[in-house]
Ligand binder design. Structure first.
Ligand code: NDP
Ligand code: CA
Length: 325
């Protein structure tokens, strides 16, 4: 497996500030649907037996479990009921799965059902307050892309945390669709976080209304795309965690996916962990493996089971303004 280090974030003041609140570790990963990897993707430099599910599933589970994340956000899951839920469920996670309305996995024979997004959280750390399953729209029309929004309460601190996972429309030529899907997701996140705030105010639950939000996903969009700018400029006050790995704290990693198809080599930054900067701070991130670690045949490989890299970071709750007094 590529060696990856957990490094301190370059957020201003991070080196000298010790957060009193316990860290929340979040993992974002497009795990590569089994049916797509074997039947559609055309990873010409990946040995076919590296794609054998009987082996690959252990590499995927190892990658997820190595760093014991508190929250796990996955895309292209087509083995939820027979693998991810039983394994993660037995290890203390609660999960939710939302298949795509018309998954391309179903065009492959054999397949294991539709792929979709999955979201897990550690039961010991969080209690659920609401789960929203969304089909994303673009220009008022329903699309084939989905999102799960899980509202949680941190058991230790009582703080509210809303986590979303999504997988936007793939391929070049679909930039406007991605932008519209992103706009729809942002609009619905605003409604869900306002609802949580109203519920917290009504029940006088301390701290639940401070708008802490994480949005994880394969956006299928480079930082130059409209949907990325939309997220950065949104009224939810979001920032992209992996920018904090760069020297200037503003630049995304050079790639989060790297593969070779018959059409050639494809390398890009498409995956993100967005966090609300007023209520959360990023303490540490798992670094991105270098070219040598990835290897000449790129991904997936015998050493790494998906064409996308996992992203992982530790966030902590910022102190609420009234607690500073
Ligand atoms: P997307 O275009 O969003 O992509 C689906 C998957 O294909 C993604 O997981 C994506 O992976 C992967 N992918 C991206 N680029 C390539 C590539 N160059 N070669 C192979 N795979 C790639 O899918 P949609 O959800 O829009 O569905 C598309 C397919 O689903 C259609 O081709 C059709 O088969 C079927 N469909 C059928 C409908 C119907 O009514 N009959 C309706 C809707 C869809 P990644 O995100 O990692 O890039
Ligand atoms: Ca894919």
């Amino acid at each position: 497996r590529p060696r990856r280090e957990l490094v301190s974030s370059r957020a201003p003041g991070n080196c000298c500030r010790h957060s009193a609140s316990p860290r929340v570790r979040v993992l974002q990963w497009n795990v590569l649907a089994q049916a797509l990897g074997e039947g559609k993707d055309g990873f010409v430099r990946c040995p076919p037996d590296a794609l054998d599910w009987r082996e690959r599933k252990y590499l995927i589970l190892e990658e997820i479990l190595t760093h014991r994340p508190d929250v796990v956000c996955l895309q292209e899951v087509d083995h939820y009921h027979d693998t991810f839920l039983p394994v993660l469920g037995s290890l203390g996670y609660r999960g939710s799965f939302l298949p795509k309305p018309r998954s391309p996995c179903l065009d492959v024979e054999p397949n294991n059902g539709p792929d979709g997004c999955a979201l897990f959280y550690r039961r010991e750390r969080f209690s659920p307050t609401a789960t929203d399953h969304l089909r994303l729209s673009a220009m008022m029309l329903p699309t084939n892309q989905v999102a799960i929004v899980q509202s949680l309460r941190c058991r230790a601190t009582g703080r509210g945390l809303c986590v979303a996972v999504t997988h936007l429309k793939a391929r070049s030529g679909w930039e406007r669709m991605r932008s519209a899907q992103g706009a729809d997701l942002l609009r619905r996140l605003r409604a869900i976080t306002s609802r949580a705030a109203a519920a917290a105010a009504a029940s006088e639950a301390d701290g639940a209304a401070d708008g802490a939000l994480l949005v994880c996903g394969d956006f299928n969009a480079e930082p130059s795309e409209d949907v990325y700018r939309r997220f950065l400029a949104s009224s939810l006050g979001l920032d992209s965690a992996y920018r904090l790995l760069s020297a200037d704290g503003l630049t995304e990693p050079p790639y989060t996916t790297w593969k070779i198809r018959p059409s050639g080599e494809s390398r890009g930054t498409l995956d993100y962990i967005w966090y609300s900067r007023e209520s959360l701070s990023v303490e540490a991130l798992l670094d991105i493996p270098g070219e040598e670690q990835i290897g000449p045949d790129r991904l997936p490989s015998y050493h790494y089971p998906s064409d996308h890299l996992s992203l992982l970071c530790d966030v902590s709750f910022r102190e609420l303004p009234h607690r500073l007094l």
